[in-house]
Design a protein around this ligand. Structure first.
Ligand SMILES: C[S@@+](CC[C@H](N)C(=O)[O-])C[C@H]1O[C@@H](n2cnc3c(N)ncnc32)[C@H](O)[C@@H]1O
Length: 383
């Protein structure tokens, strides 16, 4: 049974939930085994996985590698044999992550003793590996304990940063979702390609543009701000031109999410994926009273929006929704509205965490060090 190693992004729990959401739909025979140091995830699969397709689909995975079967119990010997056979002529170029720090040098020496010309490339980042074409050469190796994994695919990070920094419609004030996180949210929704997806707080349209690059083509975006809708339009047009997309249906409206049923047919939307208004940006010197007042306002906004979501979503329709969590003076302020959302007529669908005795994780938390705001990611189903 092939064993795969997924190298996770900087939010490993979220990456794991995303992998699980995608694999459970597309490859039900896969089985997530365990985490390794919170950086890697082992996955067993009865069938071979198409790593290239998967890496292009996932937002939170940096590398996918597969384990190769070893002949000897000696790690160094196994690597030398592999590299020698893998490329029978010419210069061997390889990189190695994990294992003893002297291992690359020892391997180089042994290969030289076999009359091979060798170059070790330090895997500083995935760009180095891609630049030296080590994925094609099958010589970017990762060692976990005594097991050896060969990299099959690496995240297309230049495309992500092109979409992040190259798009024309930018809103620095409201903040924009990182495209990788938008993609993760689309995957966590488990929406199928024919579904109608709505982002009712679309801002500059990151969720919509990521969904378009993933092959979703029935999209609706709305926002209370006219500028946001203009930015989304620009960004979608930019994407269509740059990615040569065709046969896309999308509708954009200026609309208040708390009155959105005035614009949309009842029971017409399959999936809502959104990062709503998260309040005024915080600088860290706000008073507790100020943050609590803002929290109350956001709570009302979200609950009013959920009442509308209930009207326009189809039965069993999904909403993947971000709720902010604020940090100040070592305190944490959360917006506790799960029960109230459930009372409106939703069921919380937690994200499974394979590596915890607590089976379900709810919510997922996206937090970068030193930020005053974290994003909780929730998934609800209309019940
Ligand atoms: C955090 S931004 C969303 C950013 C978006 N995810 C992106 O990546 O560009 C929140 C958006 O909510 C919009 N907004 C605020 N109140 C709203 C309301 N009542 N209805 C609809 N949109 C609203 C703001 O105009 C802003 O564009």
């Amino acid at each position: 049974m092939p064993c795969y190693l997924f190298q996770l992004g900087h939010q490993p729990q979220i990456s794991t939930a995303e992998i699980q959401a995608v694999l459970s739909l597309e490859h039900p025979s896969t089985h997530i085994i365990e985490h390794q140091t919170n950086k890697y995830l082992f996955v067993d699969s009865k069938k071979e996985l198409n790593a290239e397709n998967l890496i292009n689909k996932l937002g939170g995975t940096i590398k996918i590698s597969s384990q190769f079967t070893v002949q000897s119990s000696e790690l160094k010997k196994n690597i030398v044999n592999y590299l020698n056979k893998n490329q029978s002529t010419g210069k061997i170029e390889f990189s190695l992550t994990g294992g003893d720090k002297n291992l690359p040098l020892t391997i180089k020496k042994e290969l030289k003793m076999l009359d091979r010309s060798v170059r070790y490339i330090e895997p500083k980042n995935t760009a180095t590996i891609l630049h030296n074409k080590l994925v094609e050469k099958k010589t970017d190796l990762t060692i976990i304990n005594k097991d050896i994994f060969v990299t099959l695919a690496i995240q297309p990070f230049t495309e992500f940063s092109e979409r992040d920094y190259g798009r024309p419609g930018i809103d620095d004030k409201s903040g924009m979702l990182p495209p990788k996180l938008a993609r993760i949210m689309v995957n966590l929704s488990q929406a199928t390609k024919d579904e109608i997806i709505l982002d009712p707080f679309c801002g500059s349209g990151t969720v919509l543009t990521e969904a378009l690059t993933m092959g979703y083509n029935n999209l609706i975006g709305s926002d209370i701000s006219e500028k946001a809708i203009q930015d989304t339009e620009k960004n979608i047009q930019w994407l269509i031109a740059n990615y040569h997309l065709s046969a896309i249906t999308y509708h954009l409206n200026v609309a208040d999410a708390t009155k959105i049923s005035a614009n949309l047919q009842p029971v017409s939307v399959d999936t809502i994926i959104t990062e709503p208004y998260l309040g005024n940006p915080l600088h860290g010197n706000e008073s507790k009273v100020y943050i609590q007042k803002q929290t109350e306002e956001l709570k009302n906004l979200y609950l009013n929006a959920f009442k509308e979501f209930h009207k326009i979503l189809k039965q069993n329709g999904t909403a993947v929704f971000i709720i902010p969590r604020f940090y100040f003076d070592k305190n944490e302020i959360i917006i506790d509205i799960k029960n109230e959302i459930e009372k409106i007529g939703f069921e919380n669908i937690p994200f499974a965490n394979p590596n915890s005795s607590i089976l379900n994780l709810q919510p997922l938390i996206y937090h970068r060090p030193n930020q005053h705001l974290a994003r909780e990611i929730w998934r609800f189903k209309k019940s």
